[in-house]
Design a protein around this ligand. Structure first.
Ligand SMILES: NC(=O)c1ccc[n+]([C@@H]2O[C@H](COP(=O)([O-])OP(=O)(O)OC[C@H]3O[C@@H](n4cnc5c(N)ncnc54)[C@H](OP(=O)(O)O)[C@@H]3O)[C@@H](O)[C@H]2O)c1
Length: 425
């Protein structure tokens, strides 16, 4: 019977969930694998109230875990970059398999780490880093392995999805009010920047793009926009036009290269992704043989994330060295598509002076740029001002930006023009 010996570094939300899941489902794991997973040592600064460590060796020296000769798999669950990077490097150099949930580490240092892992002939696995309990890496690398992946679109940050869902449901609560509630409920960190400015989603999309298209991890070159500028008005007007606003990660393999971006997006209400509400996550995958498939589930939390961590440990036990090569030795360095070169439909919102002929001036400028209007809302004027909201046809982003500049220069346009991309899948 195969036995795999695990060392867990970090006993917070995911570490405690992983420790407990391995204990709770030991019989089920044996039944499925014919082997067993044993936690030999835990590295933590303090015990976790949910974990009974009475029969487990614990240490506050994380490097004792990665240097422990009795450990086959190091599970890195401390988060952050610096110490985690040193730990993972040391573990790989010691020829130990590594399982991590650390998206920032993989998105920024993944290529070096995968090279180290391949040279050492061990696995570096990261399912939990992307969408918590959703096995999206497995879906791409195993279930869809016979396909060319064409695009991915994902709601992969529960905090931003919770905020947008609540803003829509309440109809009158601002971004900052709902963010405060998310913090009180534990869905958002005290410093929410990583989530609301889209950095967390960008780390995850970087990894998904790389494994889907066999390209380098290009976090540095991707386009990134958070949700802090989304207003209740935009959510309401998008709703009137038949859309929901979601914070989406999108990556597409195009003839010009890899399009990789994270930004708020209007999605038709009837689309599956528009139904993904609250803290839930989902990833839509477009592929040449299977067509579109969608993967939905909890993107965070002790249980869901531990589920992915434990599945990675079981993979190591089942396949060992044969899963070490993730294709990171044969990356195609395709160019990155600049955001100005993407094609999209656009939602525009502007506030104008309530004077005859203003709409005609705007449509004249749009038609000069060969942009047509698919739908339009013109609201009643208040205090001599009126909002205009429109959705365009699909055009090149730089053409839309030039048209927006020209419209902004009209004397009758009173504020900056809000531009949100509209999904076309
Ligand atoms: N939480 C989720 O739902 C989720 C989902 C997907 C992925 N992830 C990823 O999983 C990883 C862990 O997240 P988490 O939510 O479990 O974080 P967490 O609750 O903050 O846990 C991290 C743990 O690591 C410990 N730690 C940090 N540095 C240490 C050191 N030098 N020595 C000893 N212990 C140390 C911390 O101890 P102290 O408490 O003493 O600082 C804490 O117990 C992160 O990379 C995160 O991005 C989390």
């Amino acid at each position: 019977m195969k036995k795999i010996r695990v060392g867990i570094c970090g006993l917070g939300t995911v570490g405690s969930g992983t420790f407990n899941l391995i204990g709770k489902n030991a019989n089920e794991i044996s039944r499925k694998t014919g082997g067993s997973v044993k936690v030999v040592q835990v590295g933590c600064r303090r015990p976790h109230p949910d974990c009974d460590l009475s029969t487990t060796d614990t240490t506050n020296d994380l490097f004792a875990v990665v240097n422990n000769p009795d450990i086959d798999v190091v599970v890195e669950l401390i988060g952050g970059i610096d110490t985690a990077l040193e730990l993972v490097k040391q573990a790989l150099s010691n020829k130990k398999h590594v399982v991590t949930a650390n998206k920032a580490l993989i998105a920024i240092h993944g290529e070096d780490l995968f090279k180290l892992a391949m040279d050492a002939g061990v696995c570096l696995k990261f399912e939990a880093a992307i969408a918590g309990g959703i096995p999206i890496v497995k879906a791409i690398r195993e279930g869809l392995s016979g396909n060319n992946i064409e695009f991915l679109a994902g709601i992969i940050n529960g905090t931003t999805n919770f905020i947008l869902t609540e803003m829509e449901a309440a109809g009158n609560r601002s971004f900052s009010e709902v963010l405060k509630e998310a913090q009180d409920l534990g869905y958002a960190e005290a410093d929410p920047t990583f989530d609301v400015e889209g950095i967390d989603a960008a780390h995850k999309m970087t990894i998904l793009s790389s494994i889907s298209f066999g390209v380098p991890l290009r976090f540095d070159a991707m386009y990134l926009e958070g949700i802090s500028n989304i207003t209740v008005e935009d959510i309401k007007y998008a709703g009137e036009l038949g859309y929901k606003i979601k914070h989406l990660g999108i990556t597409t393999k195009t003839d010009a290269g890899i399009d990789l971006r994270v930004h708020p997006t209007l999605i038709e209400k009837s689309h599956m992704l528009a139904q993904v509400d609250g803290v839930m996550n989902a990833v839509l995958v477009g592929s040449d043989a299977a067509g579109q498939t969608m993967y939905y589930g909890a993107g965070a939390g002790a249980g869901p994330t531990a589920s992915s961590v434990v599945a990675d440990i079981i993979d190591v036990m089942r396949d060992g060295d044969s899963v070490a090569n993730l294709g990171f030795d044969a990356l195609m360095d395709l160019p990155m598509v600049d955001i100005s070169s993407i094609e999209s439909a656009y939602y525009l919102r502007l506030r104008v002076l309530d004077k005859p002929g203003v709409l005609a001036k705007i449509t004249t400028i749009l038609s000069r740029y060969k942009i047509s209007i698919e739908s339009l809302i013109q609201k009643d004027a208040k205090r001599g001002e009126a909002p205009i909201i429109l959705v365009s046809n699909i055009v090149l982003e730089k053409v839309m930006d030039e048209a927006i500049d020209a419209i902004s220069n009209l004397d009758e346009v009173l504020t900056d023009i809000t531009k949100i991309r509209v999904a076309s899948f």
